[in-house]
Design a protein around this ligand. Structure first.
Ligand code: FPP
Length: 249
């Protein structure tokens, strides 16, 4: 934090991260891909600690996409084991830090061991309020939107919802992120400049920050640098610069 003169009045409430590059990091070291994921857990800890330190209220991490089910079976099962192990190892520390754990995605597709670990950790951290850590697991933004449309359509057919009541706020309330504000900042590591089916509705006005750093090398200082970069930007939401300046006086 002291390396970057962060403006404490302009900290994003919600930061989302696409943690990418674990496989390439491991390959560069001549190791198996899972070695990269294992080291990626350290970066999760760094990002979470940094987020807590500066007062971010929501941190969403893309830990496993719906598309990731297409990976080799060995890698999937190693990743699930790592998740279970990390949750059990870290839950006391999450409580110490005041972290409430939450998830988005098709959690019911995950192995039972994973679901149980998540249910237990959510229960144990449910009264914490310093920050909410949202793990996106078996998550697909298009699927999330499709499920919301299905639910709304059903309610319209049943006469429980008027079609003209469907507006942006209503759609947001049918998504799995309905309890959270939209992210102000998205970080993606590893030099890939894509959104990859992550929070596509929610990212409409989000600042995008791409870095070449591979996820296991992403440390607290890299998180602060992303926040610093965000703070240098002017968020206009379609307005002109002059209007923004007028609003600020
Ligand atoms: C992307 O790198 C990373 C993942 C698919 C998994 C992320 C998981 C972790 C960091 C560990 C567990 C998480 C928690 C929350 C405890 P990649 O494999 O796509 O890398 P590549 O593009 O270099 O192949």
């Amino acid at each position: 934090m002291k390396d970057f003169n962060l403006d404490s009045t302009n900290i994003p409430k919600h930061v989302a991260i696409i943690m990418d590059g674990n496989g390439r990091w491991a390959k560069k070291k001549g190791e198996m891909r899972i070695y990269g994921h294992t080291n990626g857990v350290g970066s999760v800890r760094e990002a979470l600690t940094a987020a807590v330190e500066i007062g971010v209220k929501y941190l969403t991490l893309y830990a496993f996409s719906s598309e990731n089910w297409n990976r080799p079976k060995d890698e999937i099962s190693a990743l699930m084991d790592l998740l279970v192990q990390s949750i059990y190892n870290e839950v006391d520390e999450l409580n110490n830090k005041g972290v409430k754990l939450a998830t988005i995605g098709d959690i019911h597709f995950l192995p039972d061991s994973c679901q149980n670990a998540l249910t237990e950790a959510k229960e144990r951290t449910k009264n914490n309020s310093k920050i909410t850590l949202i793990l996106a697991l078996s998550y697909s933004s298009r699927r999330e939107i499709s499920l919301a449309v299905q639910k709304m359509t059903k309610e319209v057919v049943n006469g429980e919802l008027e079609s003209k009541a469907i507006n942006e706020d209503l759609i947001s309330s049918y998504l799995s992120t309905s309890d959270y504000p939209d992210p102000e900042l998205l970080i993606r590591t590893s030099g890939e400049n894509r959104v990859s089916n992550f929070l596509m509705w929610q990212l409409a006005y989000t600042e995008l920050y791409f870095t070449k750093i591979l996820w296991p090398d992403f440390k607290k200082k890299n998180f602060y640098k992303a926040i610093f970069d965000y703070q240098k930007r002017e968020r206009r939401f379609g307005k002109t610069s002059e209007q923004i300046i007028d609003l600020n006086v």
